[in-house]
Each structure stands twice: as C-alpha cells, then as structure tokens.
Write a protein that binds this ligand. Structure first.
Ligand code: SAM
Length: 225
C-alpha cells in the first residue's frame, strides 16, 4: 500500500536539491534546471543510466513505487556519481524518487514541464477486472498531457501484445495525443535506447520475446480550453 507516501503540496515545495545537488545554486537557493524527462516505473534504473550521457544537461527522473527497488537505484546512482566524479558524464543529472506515478503527478511537475515520458514494460495486469490498475487510462492520460509540453513525447514499450494494443488504443483515442509513425521511431535515438536499456527489456531479449513500441506526440492545447 502507498497510503504513507509523502507528496509535495506543489512542484515548488519539492526539495529537488536533494535529488540533484549539483544543479542547486546555493546563493539564490534555487534550482538551475527542472526535470524534463521522466521514466515511469523505472525498475532497476537501466534506462536512466543510458539516458544520462545522451542528455548530459537535462534532468532525468525515475519514479518507482517499490521501496527496495528505489533504494537499489539510489545506491546505483550514488556509486556511478562517485566513480565518474571527474568525468564529463558524471550522472548528476539522473535521480530516482519513490512514488506512485498514478497519483499526484501534478504535485511533482508543473504544467508543460516534461519533454519525454517513458513507460517501459509496465505491469500488464492481465485480468479484465484489473485493467483499471493499468498505468495508461483515459484519466491518467489527461494528467500526462498536463505535465507534458506541446510536442513532448510519450514512449511505450511492452512484451505483452494485449497491453500494447490497450495502450495504443487509449492514447490514439485521447484528444491530446497523436501517434508517431514507424519512420519517426526509426530515426529517434530514445526508441533504440529504450528497446535495449531496461532490465525488463534485456530479459525479454534473453527469452527471445517480442517487443511492441508505440510513441505519441503531445498535441497543442486547443485555444478554447
Ligand atoms: N521499466 C522497468 C524496466 O523496463 O525494466 C521496470 C519494469 S517492471 C515490469 C514495472 C515497474 O513499475 C516495477 O518496478 C513496479 O514496481 C513499477 N510500478 C508499478 N506501478 C507503479 C506506479 N503506480 N508508480 C510507480 N511505479 C510503478
């Protein structure tokens, strides 16, 4: 249960300096950058570590609900920061937060703050009566659209075909998202990174399973909204 999880009252109330100490300006007590990329249900953090060198000046955040898994990712990032402290890529731009991404996302991120959201191998919740627990639903998509900027991208990948169809259908039906085509997927570096970077994705490769991808662009907000 997550009823004891703490949430900031607003994105401004979040102590981001604890997560990204090198991006904190002590003189003005303010952050030099905001999180722009979110990995929802980041698991063991493989995607974060691969995105870090690709977007060296962008803050990237993993959100994970399991305590021990979050702790593992925290330790992993601390170790990477220590090992690479004198290197150009020093992993100061990635961090992890324990939280339920299905709740209070707008408490963490301002409207239009994010440029990319990743949903890699989300829990499938196979049974019909469990479908409402899936991380892509109409209500949640409106929240994701709120925190994403115009032109921002939602990335999804799964080895469960039924879940792929479900996620693509809900995103296609949502007025704030437009599917990106195969040609776009082929030229986008994040698609190839997420195909191989995550621990779950690597397991699927080892088991010679299939992976389904669907990416969507966040459309402009209609004038009259
Ligand atoms: N994305 C990772 C990967 O590809 O290796 C992990 C995939 S794992 C199958 C799904 C992850 O989502 C689990 O680590 C689970 O704890 C996390 N998760 C499930 N529901 C969540 C929620 N509401 N908020 C945050 N994380 C969640």
């Amino acid at each position: 249960s997550d009823h004891r999880l703490e949430y900031p009252r607003s994105p401004e109330d979040m102590k981001w300096e604890k997560l990204y100490p090198q991006y904190h300006d002590k003189d003005s007590d303010s952050m030099l950058s905001k999180v722009e990329i979110a990995d929802i249900g980041c698991g063991y953090g493989g995607l974060l570590t691969k995105l870090a060198p690709e977007y060296p000046s962008t803050l990237i955040l993993g959100m994970e609900i399991r305590v021990q898994v979050t702790q593992y990712v925290e330790d992993r990032i601390i170790a990477l920061r220590e090992k690479h402290k004198d290197d150009e890529v020093n992993f100061q731009n990635i961090s992890v937060l324990r939280g339920n991404a299905m709740k209070f996302l707008p408490n963490f991120f301002q409207k239009g703050q994010l440029s990319k959201m990743f949903f890699c191998f989300p829990d499938p919740h196979f049974k019909q009566r469990k479908h409402k627990a899936r991380i892509i639903t109409n209500t949640l998509l409106s929240e994701y659209a709120y925190v994403l900027r115009e032109g921002g991208v939602v990335y999804t990948i799964t080895d469960v075909e039924d879940l792929h169809i479900w996620m693509a259908k809900h995103l296609e039906e949502h007025p704030m998202f437009e599917r990106l085509d195969k040609a776009w997927e082929e030229q986008d570096k994040c698609v190839s990174i997420m195909y191989n970077a995550t621990e779950e994705g690597q397991k699927v490769t080892r088991n010679k399973g299939s992976k389904w991808i669907a990416c969507f662009r966040r459309l402009p907000t209609p004038e009259d909204c």
